[in-house]
Design a protein around this ligand. Structure first.
Ligand code: FAD
Length: 442
């Protein structure tokens, strides 16, 4: 099946850039939208998979300007719920709640929690409305035999896209998420992150909720951690635990999730009386960052390039931002008006991969503070410091520190040298005798 709204195509001139985007997740659809608006001829391969549950339900505030640029914020607000902030529940006495509005205007004052399959459908519809040709097919790639390109669409994939007219595209974008299609075909290895966790999650109805509506809660468990993401009329409850601890919880995902809820007093107070209304989804082996993200005639975006960790929910933002960065990198090529060679495309995309790698590295560092206990030690130290008597200077210093943590965790300035340096310094010298190991996630 193909779909197209030709009236949205900005020009009747033949396009000088023919792009095949593989994968209609958030990243692929966003990139297809941006490129089609810039005048590229985009074919978007969509394997049509929309499982009942998809991770990526909680967004960070930095996503808001991108949703606006895509013209999809209103629809997101209708599908999802407003997320005013995040609470961290680490122990009965270590509970810290933040609202994004406190850090406005440096940080967008809210984000959203979304039902992912419907959000993905809305983004895909945007891409089609912008002029992308949707091809419902599971695409296959193969190493390219000629033409200076490194990758090609497999014959049956090329044949499935009538608008390509049997000619290979100028650029192939791997937006296949964790399927990592290009990396598999080109045998590009990935750097594997430090944790070896497995995540199980499901949606529940009838849960108890004492926090602000929409507030996301991250809670430390005896082993691992849990998320509670309020959606419309439902609560998404997930656990992220090491493989051995997961095995100790039970043999099957549903049993593990049930047991993790039952044995944790805090989680059981919220979800213990709820009713599970979906199957239980499982994710593992997700901390992967590709060692190469582009080459002659191809590029990787979103999770296909790299994913850090579910902690703090950066995934969809990083995926959408990578789509924007690729569209920006290709803009001069499109404006030049001559068809680029695969090598020219690779050179245009070099800076994108450098920026995306830096963002992934900064998020990896930030997330490590949550896992090794430094972040919570810092919050506890800050609270103790303020409880010891607040002065104007102390309050200003505390606000400054919290603001820079918020700038990083919201995605607005995760790579900022100053914010990162401040956190590093505080992680070494600002813990006021609190031992991070006590607050680490096993
Ligand atoms: C446990 C866990 C929890 C998470 N929680 C959050 C969260 O709360 N917030 C957040 O922002 N992120 C979260 N993430 C990350 C988030 O899910 C991803 O970062 C995000 O979905 C990446 O988007 P994407 O478009 O790159 O890839 P995907 O969303 O994976 O999309 C890829 C698309 O490509 C399609 N596809 C694959 N192969 C082919 C093919 N051969 N042909 C055609 N189509 C194909 C797939 O069906 C899919 O539609 C979480 C991740 C994990 C593992």
């Amino acid at each position: 099946m193909t779909g197209r709204a030709s009236s949205a195509q900005p020009t009747d001139q033949p396009s000088i850039l023919r792009v095949a985007v593989i994968g209609a997740g958030p990243c692929g659809s966003a990139l297809a939208t941006f490129l089609a608006r810039q005048g590229a001829e985009v074919t978007l391969f969509d394997d049509g998979r929309r499982p009942e549950l998809l991770v990526g339900e909680s967004l960070v505030p930095a996503v808001i300007p991108i949703l606006k640029r895509l013209g999809i914020e209103e629809e997101t607000a209708m599908l999802g719920v407003l997320k005013p902030g995040v609470s961290f529940v680490w122990s009965p006495t270590d509970r810290f709640s933040f609202t994004f509005a406190r850090f406005a205007p440096a940080v967008p004052p809210y984000a959203y929690n979304i039902p992912r399959p419907r959000f993905d459908d809305a983004l895909l519809a945007k891409a089609v409305a912008a002029g992308a040709h949707q091809v419902v097919a599971r695409a296959r790639l193969e190493p390219a035999a000629r033409g200076g390109a490194e990758l090609a669409l497999a014959p049956e994939t090329l044949a499935a896209a009538p608008t390509l007219g049997g000619r290979q595209p100028d650029l192939i974008v791997d937006a296949t998420g964790r399927a990592r299609l290009a990396a598999r075909v080109l045998r590009i290895p990935a750097r594997v992150g430090p944790r070896n966790d497995v995540a199980h999650f499901a949606h529940f109805e009838g849960c108890r909720w004492d926090d602000a509506p929409g507030q996301v809660i991250i809670a430390r468990l005896q082993a691992g951690w849990s998320w509670c993401i309020p959606l419309k009329d439902r609560l998404s409850v997930g656990i992220v635990v090491g493989r051995e601890d997961a095995a100790r919880l039970g043999r099957i995902p549903a049993g593990r999730l049930e047991r993790a809820i039952a044995v944790d007093a805090w989680l059981s107070a919220i979800a213990g009386g709820g009713r599970r209304v979906t199957s239980v989804a499982t994710y593992s082996n997700y901390q992967l960052i590709s060692q190469r993200g582009y080459g002659p005639g191809w590029v990787m975006v979103g999770d296909a390039f790299g994913f850090v960790d579910p902690m703090l929910s950066p995934g969809v933002f990083l995926a959408l931002r990578s789509a924007e960065l690729v569209a920006e990198a290709l803009n001069p090529v499109l404006r030049r008006g001559t068809t680029p060679s695969p090598a020219e495309l690779a050179s245009a995309l070099r800076s994108y991969t450098a920026v995306q790698s830096a963002m992934l590295a900064a998020w990896s560092d930030l997330v490590a503070y949550l896992y090794d206990g430094r972040m919570l030690a810092l919050l506890r130290a800050g609270r103790g410091w303020m409880d010891g008597g607040s002065t104007f200077l102390k309050s200003a210093a505390q606000r400054h520190i919290e603001r820079h943590i918020a700038l990083q965790a919201s995605g607005v300035r995760t790579t900022s040298r100053y914010s990162r340096g401040l956190l590093r310094m505080l992680g070494r010298r600002g813990l006021r005798g609190i031992e991070p190991a006590e607050l680490a996630i096993r």
